[in-house]
Design a binder for this molecule. Structure first.
Ligand code: SAM
Ligand code: SF4
Length: 315
């Protein structure tokens, strides 16, 4: 097993299938970029070759497909099936859910195990403010289809102070009513936010205070190794999570490895330089050496920001 000085290895792979999206969330990109017709992406065969090589060295436990918006990848169902055939125990997807209603059951049948749907608001007005799109109803339809198809579903809600903290309780109520686990994300200094002195984070403590005000005493769950989220139980037996990059950094036992949509490998979200695997393979460079270099990219304690957008490197 390839490990760094902190004992960290790579067991989870995140693949950003496309660096394009049909949304333009205000915290992800600074302007309303429209989806262009010309999308460049790697073909399924290329992804499978890369993941097969990584899996044989790392014995991956989980692959998460993300983006950009991964449901726009034209061969998603085939890719999921082929990844499952490689023997990877868990295949997951992170999506904005807007076109999921048409795909959920096919993806489940292809072998997808679980899905995280990003949902930042429970009113169409607030949804539009966050995403710059009016796809609220389609997104809810996508979530319903995912639940109905038997996929394990989680909701991820990114909070921006002054914009959607009033959605915390509605998101909890909606998720719990559907038997879904909700999670809140503290804002991170990615992309255009990197150079701001302060960013409008709504902190873990503030989230907890708000939930406690509403539902009474909260009990923390024991954190699972390499988990990005911490979880709490309410008095009436519901649970929720917080991914708190600022308040409760999770770099010290991170096991994540990332591939961007061109097949460049990153050992850390904060690194803006990847290892371009298709090119390095042509040059005959050994994957084990690349993985050792990628491990050196990891931060010791906390993520400090990156000029890459989440849309490019994959959240
Ligand atoms: N388009 C898909 C989606 O939105 O779920 C997948 C990619 S998106 C980059 C993955 C996650 O990253 C989303 O939940 C999004 O809210 C989150 N995200 C994007 N920019 C962020 C930022 N600056 N800070 C924290 N989370 C961010
Ligand atoms: Fe698209 Fe996801 Fe970024 Fe929103 S967060 S713009 S849905 S990639």
């Amino acid at each position: 097993m390839i490990r760094d000085g902190f004992g960290r290895s790579f067991q989870t792979l995140r693949i950003s299938l496309l660096d394009r999206c049909n949304f333009a969330c205000t915290y992800c990109v600074d302007e309303d970029v429209r989806l262009s017709r010309k999308n460049s992406f790697l073909e399924v065969d290329e992804w499978i070759r890369i993941v097969h090589e990584l899996h044989s060295l790392l014995h991956l436990k989980k692959v998460r497909l993300t983006g950009g918006e991964p449901t726009l990848y034209p061969h998603l169902k085939i890719l999921v099936r082929e990844l499952k055939n490689l023997g990877i125990p868990q295949i997951s997807l992170t999506t904005n859910g807007s076109i999921l209603s048409k795909q959920a059951s096919d993806l489940k049948n292809a072998g997808l195990d679980s899905i995280n749907v990003s949902l930042d608001a429970m009113t169409s007005e607030s949804f539009q403010t966050m995403s710059r799109r009016s796809a609220f109803k389609q997104t809810l339809k996508g979530i319903d289809a995912a639940v109905d198809s038997g996929l394990k579903v989680r909701i991820n809600c990114t909070l921006v102070r002054g914009k959607n903290e009033d959605q915390i309780i509605p998101i909890l109520e909606y998720s719990w009513n559907k038997g879904i686990l909700p999670r809140f994300l503290e804002l991170m200094k990615m992309g255009y936010l990197q150079n701001s002195d302060t960013i409008p984070i709504f902190s873990q403590k503030e989230i907890l205070d708000r939930v406690e005000e509403h539902y009474g005493t909260l009990t923390p769950q024991t954190r699972k190794l390499s988990s990005t989220a911490n979880y709490w139980n309410t008095e009436n037996g519901n649970s929720f999570g917080i991914i708190a990059n600022e308040s409760a950094p999770f770099c010290s036992d991170c096991d994540r490895l990332r591939l961007d949509s061109k097949g460049s490998l990153y050992g850390c979200l904060s690194s803006s330089t990847g290892f371009p695997l298709p090119k390095l393979r042509e040059q005959g460079i050994d994957m084990e050496q690349i993985l050792i270099l990628a491990l050196r990219q990891k931060q010791d304690v906390r993520f400090k920001g990156s000029d890459l957008t989440m849309m490019a490197i994959g959240g």
